[in-house]
Every structure is written in C-alpha cells, then in structure tokens.
Design a protein around this ligand. Structure first.
Ligand code: HEM
Length: 206
C-alpha cells in the first residue's frame, strides 16, 4: 500500500504540544469557572498554584498555536467550493459522502475549525492579559476588565466546543488520528476524503 505524507514531523510535534497545553489551560481554567469544577485544581497543586499557572499555560498554548497557524494557514484559505461543501454538509452527516464536492487538502469543516480556533485564541489572549493580576490588570479601566472576563469565559466555552467537534471528527474519519501520529495516509484514504489533494500530489488525473 502506497502512503502519502500529510503532516511533517514538526507539524505533529507542534500539534500535540498545543493539544497538551489546551488540556492544561482548559482544566485549570474550568477550576475557576464554576465551584463544581474546583476539584480540578488538585491536578495543578491546589487553588493558588492553579491560579498562578493558568495564565502561563494560556500564553504557551497561544504561542504554540501561532506555530500551527503559520504551518496550516495556506491550506485553510476559503474557496468557492467550500461554501458548496457547507451547503451539502447535512447529507454528509447522514452518512452520504458520495454526493459531496471534491475536496483539496482540507475540507470546509476543517477550515471552520481552524479559523474558529484562531479567533477564540486571539480573544482569550487579549482578554486574559486585561485581567491578569498583578501584572497588567491595573492598566485597564474596571469596566473594560469586567467585559474582558465575560468575553474570556465565552471564547473559552466556544473553543472547548470547537475542540469537541474537532476530536469527534478526527475519530469519526478513520485514518485521521494515525495521520496526526505517523504523518502519512494511504492513497485510498486520500482519494476518498481529499480527491483534489490526491490528484495534486500523485499527478493521477482520475
Ligand atoms: C486529543 C485531542 C486532539 C486530537 C485527537 C486531535 C486530532 C487531530 C487530527 C487527527 C488532525 C488532522 C485532521 C484534522 O484536521 O482533523 C488534527 C489537526 C489539527 N488540530 Fe487537532 N486534535 C486534538 C486537539 C487539538 C487542539 C486542542 C487543538 C487546538 C487548540 C488542535 C488544533 C488542530 C489544528 C490547528 C489542526 C490542523 C488542521 C489543518 O490541517 O489545518 N487539535 N488534530
């Protein structure tokens, strides 16, 4: 079976570092989101340590994501065929992949996840800095800080929902997780899920 390279070594290492930091930032943040989640602070050495570490996890996750952004931005540029893919997505969800438009390196769902994550991470960074005591918070008026707290919690909620969709889709499309582990996919997988990309890398016209 011939294999095609889909993710380079650096892409995969970068991805799994961001996934790990997302877990750390997410679990430590949830500990403050609602008292029901406070028990999660035990994972990070108790309340004070969780409070100290959370912003650093967040900044590191953002910096890691900048790496992913630079690596993957070109394959996530929105094309006219992506809008058609979105219009037909309900039939894909019902299990009929046959009628879907041919896809390049990424499909519109992957592109949506990518841009959604980008917007949420930018909002999380900017708003997080605005109420990061005792370093930066005093430079912002109280009303701005209050708005920042709400926007921070909202963007974190949306990012967690996007991550759930992302992980579900990654498991649902068999062969995606091994691609992110080993870097390669079979030619048959590429033909089935990303026909235009398959043609581009193999030169096969069919
Ligand atoms: C256990 C958790 C995760 C799993 C199993 C997972 C799995 C995958 C897989 C299989 C791919 C390649 C196929 C695809 O695009 O869907 C991928 C790509 C990607 N993942 Fe994850 N992921 C996880 C967590 C995350 C997190 C937390 C983030 C960011 C906050 C993230 C960001 C990305 C990005 C930006 C791509 C590249 C998409 C592209 O090709 O443009 N992933 N992931």
């Amino acid at each position: 079976m011939r294999m095609l390279q889909r993710y380079k070594d650096g892409d995969r290492v970068n991805h799994w570092i961001v996934a790990l930091l997302f877990l750390c930032a997410g679990l430590s943040g949830l500990a403050f989101f609602h008292p029901a989640f406070f028990f999660l602070s035990a994972l990070f050495g108790g309340g004070p340590w969780t409070r100290i570490l959370h912003p650093f996890f967040g900044v590191l996750m953002f910096l890691g994501f900048v790496g992913l952004f630079l690596r993957f931005r070109s394959r996530n540029v929105w094309k006219a065929r992506d809008s058609e893919w979105v219009r037909k997505a309900p039939q894909l969800l019902r299990g009929h992949e046959e009628g879907m438009p041919a896809v390049g390196k990424n499909n519109a769902g992957q592109k949506g996840v990518f841009w959604g994550m980008t917007v949420c991470l930018l909002l999380l960074l900017v708003t997080g800095v605005m109420f990061w005591q005792p370093w930066f918070a005093d430079s912002f008026p109280i009303l701005a800080r209050r708005i920042a707290v709400v926007v921070h919690a909202l963007s974190a909620t949306i990012l967690i929902l996007i991550a759930i969709v992302h992980i579900y889709a990654a498991i649902w499309v068999k062969g995606s997780v091994p691609a992110m582990m080993r870097g390669t996919v079979s030619e048959a997988w590429a033909r089935k899920h990303h026909l235009l990309w398959y043609r581009e890398v193999t030169g096969d016209k069919q």
